[in-house]
Design a protein around this ligand. Structure first.
Ligand code: ATP
Ligand code: MG
Length: 386
């Protein structure tokens, strides 16, 4: 049998969240490793142990664990008896061919009944490695660290561990309805909420048939990409061109963008309700464009009856772009499309729409009817990973 030992962030462990977090994380790892032959995932004394019968799948397993929110780090580990001499001998065998001049040993005992303290184990194993390899101990800047984890009569050790994605396991913070435009910002916003443990339900508004389906295709591609982090996703494609046309016909041009957004919010809320979402999420960043001034964001907010989250509100475009590149959505986001909002965008949108003006404009529209009409034409796409 082969093992991977994975750790979650200790800070996330406070209080009653702990069992919920661990349980969810174990289930998510199982989902993420679907199709990897025989593999068993279990929580074991403060860490997670993955047992595999085929180690050759590591190149598939590693990226899947890297995409698992809630993991602090993980490592393929050797299993050995926790008898100190047996352990020292096995570790010496493993490290003697490795290229290093300095090292340290870092031991953790899950069970304090072990006869030696962690520091005593460090010293004992360290001395054996020095004798076998001639390397030096460096506690501050070692070229290699030998990690030992003692769990009762078993021990696991490894010399290389990989950083996890951090955050919280997807699903433990409920579901949120993410407005996914196909631009750079909204996939990053959705990713950040997923990282805090939310399952994202994606909603995209498109202008087809007035424009091409390019924006919807991008939204699909982005939703598919982000599904790596949450295993299955729903994307709702909402035809929005007709609604925009009606707004253009009846409302003053400078108010259009805010009116579009308020309609999007109402439609997204209905879809969110159906999916038991507790909040709406957008990629707004303060002051980035006319629709995202403090005044306009407030007016858009007012149309929502559930919490309205904007995880990027305090980030600038450079920071958002860097994050989009890191999470792998940037290349799709910059492909050309025909965004529904640009379809009927006035040359001079109001930067400070007044709520009473917006309400007056809405009173000329059959808002309820427009929402209903859009919901009837919604298309649902589902994605699964792996
Ligand atoms: P993005 O890069 O996310 O498109 P942006 O800087 O282009 O953002 P806007 O176009 O003003 O900004 O959109 C602000 C937010 O409103 C988006 O981040 C997204 O959450 C939502 N949004 C805008 N257009 C759409 C759309 N067609 N479908 C779904 N959500 C949208
Ligand atoms: Mg946009």
């Amino acid at each position: 049998m082969h093992y991977v030992i994975a750790h979650y962030h200790e800070l996330a462990l406070k209080g009653r969240n702990r069992p919920i977090l661990v349980d969810r994380l174990v289930r998510n790892i199982r989902e993420g490793l679907r199709g990897i032959g025989r593999c068993h995932v279990e929580s074991l004394a403060g860490r997670i142990r993955i047992s595999l019968d085929d180690p050759s799948r590591w190149s598939t397993i590693k990226p899947r664990l890297e995409a698992t929110f809630g993991l602090a780090n993980f490592a393929p580990a050797h299993h050995v008896s926790s008898d100190i001499d047996t352990m020292s001998a096995a570790i010496c065998e493993t490290v003697q061919g490795l290229p290093f001049h300095t090292f340290r040993v870092t031991t953790k005992r899950a069970d304090k009944s072990y006869p030696l303290t962690s520091i005593e184990v460090d010293r004992h194993v360290g001395a054996a490695v020095v004798e076998r390899t001639g390397a030096h101990v460096s506690l501050g800047h070692p070229e290699m660290t030998v990690f030992i984890e003692i769990l009762g009569t078993s021990a696991y050790y490894y010399c290389e561990r990989f950083p996890g994605a951090g955050g919280l396991p997807v699903g433990m913070s409920g579901k949120v309805a993410c407005l996914l435009s196909g631009g750079i910002d909204s996939p990053v916003a959705a990713w950040r909420m997923m990282k805090r443990g939310c399952r994202a339900v994606f909603i995209h508004f498109h202008g087809h048939p007035f424009v091409t389906r390019a924006s919807a295709d991008k939204a699909e591609e982005l939703a598919r990409h982000l599904t790596r982090n949450q295993y299955h996703s729903r994307l709702y494609l909402v035809p929005f061109g007709d609604i925009q046309r009606q707004i253009v016909l009846s409302a003053p041009a400078p108010l259009r963008v805010v009116l579009y957004r308020r309609l999007m919010v109402r439609i997204a809320e209905e879809i969110g309700r159906e999916n038991k979402c507790w909040a709406l999420v957008t990629g707004d960043s303060l002051g980035q464009v006319a629709s995202q001034t403090a005044g306009n964001l407030t007016v858009v907010d007012e149309a929502a009856t559930i919490p309205f989250l904007r995880p990027l509100i305090g980030m600038d475009k450079v920071e958002i772009t860097e994050q989009a590149q890191k999470i792998g959505t940037y290349e799709t986001s910059i492909e050309p499309d025909q965004d529904c909002c640009r379809l009927f965008t006035p040359p001079n949108p109001a930067t400070q729409a007044r709520l009473e003006d917006v309400r007056r404009a809405e009173s000329m529209l059959d808002v309820h009817g427009l929402v209903k009409q859009a919901l009837e034409k919604v298309e649902l796409k589902e994605f699964a990973f792996p």
